[in-house]
Design a protein around this ligand. Structure first.
Ligand SMILES: Nc1nc2c(ncn2[C@@H]2O[C@H](COP(=O)(O)OP(=O)(O)OP(=O)(O)O)[C@@H](O)[C@H]2O)c(=O)[nH]1
Ligand SMILES: [Mg+2]
Length: 273
């Protein structure tokens, strides 16, 4: 089994090398690491290049400017699908996702198709977040889960392990969101495509090095994307109902205009009427 860990980076110079070391220490021997850096001003891209130069299991990819987390993952998964990876794992490069949890994520994938490292199932938690941020996250997850009705507790978490077939089935070109919304979208499509999703508890720690990139735009995007997906679902259901009605109408028309006029006279004759 060959695994790829995807790390999008923007200004993670202090975190990248120590995190990569821990990732390799906690994953099977032939695991590879794909770093997607968006021309970080702090030189993260150069560190990624040096790591790739020293270690053939590290691949460094560069984009010219900060283009968002979602499109970095889309690019990573498109790249990965052209190569023989069996599982694809995504995580943040700020130690909020503990690399020591990787073995549990990978093991859980034996029984399911997508594993989510979840802060909101029993045993999961968040350490050192200000209470306001914690409240916004909890409310956001409750909101997304309630509107989409998927029964997943952590819809916005980014610590995920996918089986290849899940990514293969996902229409990557249609994924447009950037931040939390991207995580909501991928989980939504995984379930919609009939795959199994399991949440396993993780302890999420606030970053101790580097700066957060969370913005108001990312929060608004998540709020709206839930409704976009909900309406898409309603629209799809309506289209399905419309197709069924049209097919039934066609058969009814055929039955009353063609079948009955041809069949009835002969049948009545047979009955002697
Ligand atoms: N390539 C790329 N990576 C990004 C971009 N924005 C964020 N990242 C990376 O995505 C991961 C998650 O971003 P964070 O800044 O930790 O965002 P967050 O987790 O919502 O916020 P904090 O945990 O509070 O810092 C980190 O590895 C970032 O370096 C981006 O535009 N492009
Ligand atoms: Mg983070």
């Amino acid at each position: 089994m060959k695994a790829l860990v995807v790390l999008p980076t923007y200004n993670e110079a202090e975190n990248l090398a120590p995190l990569a070391q821990e990732i390799f220490a906690n994953t099977p021997e032939n695991t590879e690491l794909l770093i997607i850096d968006d021309n970080s001003p702090d030189g993260t891209g150069k560190i990624a290049d040096q790591m790739a130069h020293k270690n053939p299991c590290v691949i460094a990819m560069h984009r010219p400017k900060k283009m968002g987390l979602g499109s970095a993952y889309v690019l990573a998964y498109q790249w990965a699908l052209a190569r023989p990876y069996d599982i694809m794992i995504q995580m943040d490069c700020d130690f909020s996702h503990d690399p020591k949890d990787l073995p549990r994520l990978i093991d859980a994938l034996a029984e399911t198709d997508l594993v989510i490292g979840s802060r909101y199932v029993s045993g999961g938690s968040i350490e050192n977040w200000p209470w306001v941020r914690s409240l916004i996250s909890q409310a956001g997850n409750f909101y997304a889960s309630a509107i989409l009705g998927l029964g997943i507790k952590d819809m916005t978490g980014g610590f995920k392990a996918f089986r290849r077939k899940v990514i293969e089935t996902m229409d990557l070109g249609t994924l447009v969101s950037d931040g939390y919304a991207f995580q909501i979208e991928t989980t939504y499509h995984t379930l919609k495509n009939g795959f199994k999703v399991r949440e396993i508890p993780i302890i999420f720690k606030d970053r101790t090095r580097g700066q957060s990139k969370i913005s108001k735009r990312i929060i608004w995007e998540a709020i709206f994307s839930v409704w976009r997906l909900r309406f898409k679902k309603i629209l799809e259901t309506l289209l399905l109902c419309l197709s069924i009605v049209m097919i039934l109408h066609y058969y009814f028309y055929f039955f009353t205009n063609h079948y009955l006029p041809n069949f009835l006279p002969g049948f009545m004759k047979k009955l002697g009427l």
